[in-house]
Structure formats: C-alpha cells, structure tokens
Ligand binder design. Structure first.
Ligand SMILES: Cc1cc2nc3c(=O)[nH]c(=O)nc-3n(C[C@H](O)[C@H](O)[C@H](O)COP(=O)(O)OP(=O)(O)OC[C@H]3O[C@@H](n4cnc5c(N)ncnc54)[C@H](O)[C@@H]3O)c2cc1C
Length: 484
C-alpha cells in the first residue's frame, strides 16, 4: 500500500505540502516528497516545467531590472547558452543526463536540451499530476493556532494566496508545510554607476540579455567577469565593435590589454568611474570610450517578497538567515524549507539531496536537532565563515564544500554517497575552464573519468528502463579532442 494510503487507512491525515516552482529544484522536491507519501501540490507561475531553462525571447519592460513595477520575466536564459558543467555530473543523482539520439548530444549541451531533460524527468516520474501551471504565489504567511501534527511547531500552518496568471482569479489555501523552490536568478543585483542617470546609451542587466545580434557593431561595456559576464562577452566579441570588460579582480598585468580573442576587440578595465552625458564611459584606469551599451553582469539578489515570516527570516547582503544547513529556518522548522539556495554548487544533485532530507524530516524518519541546537549550529557556521574571511554575501557559496554537504544529507537519509567521479570531474572541469576559457566545452582531457561516469550512468539508465540513451550514450566522445 502506498504510504499516503497507509496513513489514510490508519486514520492519520496526510500532510499537505506546497512546493512553489517547477524548475529543477521544485521537480525533484515533488518527486522526493511524493516518494515519502506526502500530499504534494506544486504551483508554477509559467506554463511549463524547467524554470530558468525555458528560453524565452521576451525581456522585461525595463532593461536594468530596478523598477518594481516593470513587467517581470522569470528566466535569465540566453538563446545560445551552453551548460557550464558537463552533462554527466550535472544530472540528478539517479536520473542520468545522457545524450539522446536526434537531440543535442554535446557533452555541454544547449539550454533546450536541459529543458528536455527536465521534461523527461517529470514525465518519467509522472510529476505533472502534482503541478498546477499558471498559478503565481503572492503571499505565504504564518497561520498560528492550528494543530499541525507534521511540524515541530504544532500550532503552525501556512496561508497561501495565489492568482491565476492571465485571469482575475485569486485563491487562498492552507498548507501544513511549504517548500520554496523559486530559484535565485531573477531579481537583478545592480551596482550604482556615477552619472548613469544622464548617460544616453542602453543600460541593462544580463537578466535581459537574449541574443548577440542587436549588439552588432556596438561598443559594449560589460560590468563583471563572473559566469554571465564571461559567457556573454564571449558571444559579443563576434559581433560587437568593441567589448570592454570591467571587474575588480583582474590580475594587474591583465588590465587594459587587448585580449587574445578572435577579433582582438576586447579590453579589460577596473570598474567604471563615470558615465558622461555625451556617451563617454570613463574607467578607473584613466582610459575611456564612447559606448552604446553598459551591461551589468553583476549577479542576482535573493528575493522572497511573498514570504511573511513575521521577521523570523531576513535577507541581507546575500545572506538568507538564519538557515540550518541552508534549508530550514530553526524557529519554523520543519514546516518551512528552501531547496536550491546555495550557489557555486553542483545544482541538480544538491537539490535532490536537500529534497530527500526535507522529505525524510517531514515524515519523521530523520530527526532535526532542537531549535536551540539548530540556532547554535547556524551561529557557529557564520562565525567560522567570518574567521576564514569569507564575506557575508558569500554565505551561500559552497564551492568544494558542495560534495561534503550533499554526502552529509545523503548519510542522514540513509542513502549511499554520491559517486566519487562527480567530484573528480568537477575538479577537472574547473581546471579546464582556467586552462581553456574559450574552448573548455569542446576539448577536454579527462576521458578516463568520463568513461567511468558513462558506464555508471548507462547501468543506471538500464535499471530505470530509460529508452534512447543506450548506444548514443558515448556519441559525444566522437567530438573528443585530447589535450596532452
Ligand atoms: C545564466 C545561468 C546559467 C546557468 N548554467 C548552469 C549550468 O550550466 N549547469 C547547472 O547545473 N546550473 C546552471 N545554472 C544554475 C541554475 O540556477 C540551476 O541549474 C537550476 O536550474 C535552478 O533551478 P531552480 O528550480 O532552483 O530555479 P528556477 O529554474 O529559476 O525555477 C524556479 C521556478 O519557480 C517558479 N516561480 C518563481 N516564483 C514563483 C511564484 N511566486 N509563484 C509560482 N511559481 C514561481 C518560476 O517560474 C520557475 O519555474 C545557471 C544559472 C544561470 C542564471
């Protein structure tokens, strides 16, 4: 008998869990929660699964993303984006992301292929039955005084207000627990640029970048050289007249030089000192250029505007606090949780480990420490970061700690540890990106590891009975160029 039916037969009501968002995090949350027999509903504001991976040419009505009244677009995806992780380590822990014949078979595929993978995942596990599309959550607030046998906070439930997108229909419902899976790449983080209000060019954020064509023959100033800044500037150098990339952290000998790009039209600078009314942009290195576009590739803010916890959680300078293991708010645990907040991670496997842990905690199979012990753990974590000199806004940046973190959660759930080849390939990929910033998606030197990963994933796909992957699973090895 299914756990849900078992609970019903025993006269226990099954906890009603709301998952907000049907991106990579929300989908795997729905799977793991339903595997544990919980009564799952997913509200997704768009009409498709995949979240950020659903490319849309639509952009926001205000290109910098600072006007709260602007028309919002969730996805920051650009048309030609290819993954920055190889597919074999990017996929969920137990649903292989192997190439499929007739689709994008590259080791670092484009965004459409990731969307299709997520769709395959949702279909394989029949997750669509849980999802209500076109439902936007506007308000999630604490409702005290209602018995909730599934929360340590036994008098706590959640009021959830929604609207049906495109209709004048509003709804209100009560849930026992809420799992927030809304992503954190939709609210632009913008830095202030002196003079920008009078500068006449296009001032935008990478959230509203879609394709390179509109930048043909333009002079573009890019602020930021992290993932988006790096990727977008590599797209623009093929079409723009000049690309000036500004960052705080260029090595001294890397400043103001023309980069070895295909068109030698790229310059590195420190930050912008002043944007002038005549279109000139002055850099802090004393250089200047007349520019057409300033594009801020400055990242995103965590944004939970709909969440009313009466001050029990705050978002300040990139820190969402207090959060036990980046998932539970101690004073509200376990009835409120977050999947997918950490950054600099292996996203899909980490989401799955978090989702498994949340599901097991909600069913009581895994116990959380007491509220005070969780708070003490969080405070110690913040003190340790401070002692290591990690800035506050890096609180959720895990990097190599990702692997320890995922394995800790899997251990708590009594599940086997993540395959070690994921970590090994993550490391070889990191080195490859440094060695071949322009080509790391086309050339690699970790074929042995890739073979181990593929063998393991093919076995898994056979066990799952997934069609279409076998045989073509190795095909991207044909594109392999060995660097020795
Ligand atoms: C440009 C870019 C490139 C990236 N490249 C990679 C990569 O190569 N590999 C990798 O592993 N990761 C990559 N990432 C990280 C990426 O964030 C994760 O892979 C992952 O897709 C995030 O999933 P998510 O479910 O947390 O968020 P999202 O994909 O953003 O999904 C959130 C969902 O919640 C819905 N939602 C939001 N608010 C509401 C609301 N109020 N009501 C109802 N629904 C709501 C949204 O519509 C959306 O469908 C990249 C990120 C960016 C920004």
């Amino acid at each position: 008998m299914a756990p849900q039916a078992q609970a019903a037969a025993a006269g226990n009501s099954v906890p009603k869990v709301l998952v907000i968002g049907a991106g990579a995090a929300g989908l795997v949350a729905a799977l793991e929660l339903s595997r544990e027999g919980l009564d799952v509903t997913v509200y997704e504001q768009t009409e498709e699964v995949g979240g950020l991976w659903v490319y849309t040419p639509e952009t926001e009505s205000e290109p910098l993303g600072v006007d709260p009244q602007r028309r919002h677009v969730h996805s920051s995806m650009y048309r030609d984006l290819r993954t920055n992780l190889p597919r074999e380590i990017m996929g969920y822990l137990d649903f292989p992301f192997l190439p499929k014949r007739g689709r994008d078979e590259r080791r670092y595929p484009g965004c459409e292929e990731v969307k299709l993978y997520l769709k395959d995942f949702a279909e394989h596990y029949n997750l669509m039955r849980f999802i209500e599309f076109g439902v936007k959550v506007h308000y999630v607030g604490v409702k005290r005084g209602e018995a909730n046998a599934y929360s340590e906070n036994r008098d706590l439930k959640w009021i959830v207000r929604t609207s049906k997108v495109g209709a004048n229909q509003v709804g209100e419902e009560i849930f026992d627990t809420v799992v927030i899976c809304i992503g954190h790449f939709f609210q632009p983080r913008v830095i202030s640029i002196p003079g920008a209000e009078r500068w006449p060019g296009l001032h935008m954020h990478s959230h509203n970048y879609r394709i390179p064509e509109p930048f043909q023959d333009k002079v573009v100033v890019i602020i930021g050289n992290s993932k988006s800044g790096g990727d977008i500037s590599k797209e623009l150098i093929h079409v723009a007249k000049e690309v000036h990339i500004c960052a705080r952290n260029w090595p001294a000998d890397n400043l103001s030089v023309s980069e070895a790009g295909p068109r030698k039209n790229t310059w590195h600078h420190p930050l912008v000192e002043l944007a002038c009314e005549d279109g000139t942009v002055k850099f802090q290195d004393g250089k200047s250029t007349k520019a057409d576009v300033i594009m801020q590739c400055t990242g995103y803010l965590y944004d939970f505007q709909f969440l009313d916890t009466q001050g029990l959680i705050s978002v300040e300078d990139g820190r969402v606090a207090p959060l036990y293991k980046h998932v539970f708010v101690p004073a509200l645990a376990p009835s409120l949780s977050f999947v997918g907040l950490p950054s600099k991670i292996l996203p899909f496997p980490l989401f799955q480990a978090q989702a498994k842990w949340i599901a097991k905690v909600l069913t009581g199979k895994v116990k959380l420490p007491s509220q005070s012990a969780m708070m003490a753990d969080v405070e110690k974590y913040y003190l340790d970061l401070e002692a290591k000199g990690v800035p506050r806004h890096e609180t959720l940046g895990l990097e190599l700690e990702t692997f320890e973190y995922v394995n800790w959660m899997l251990h708590e759930c009594g599940e086997r540890q993540m395959n070690s080849w994921r970590r090994d390939i993550f490391l070889t990929t990191t080195l490859s990106k440094l060695a071949y910033p322009f080509d790391y998606r086309e050339v690699w030197d970790d074929q042995e590891l890739l073979d181990i990963a593929n063998a393991s994933l093919l076995e898994l796909s056979e066990n799952l009975g997934i069609e279409g992957t076998q045989g073509s699973g190795m095909s991207y090895a044909n594109h392999f160029s060995c660097i020795v």
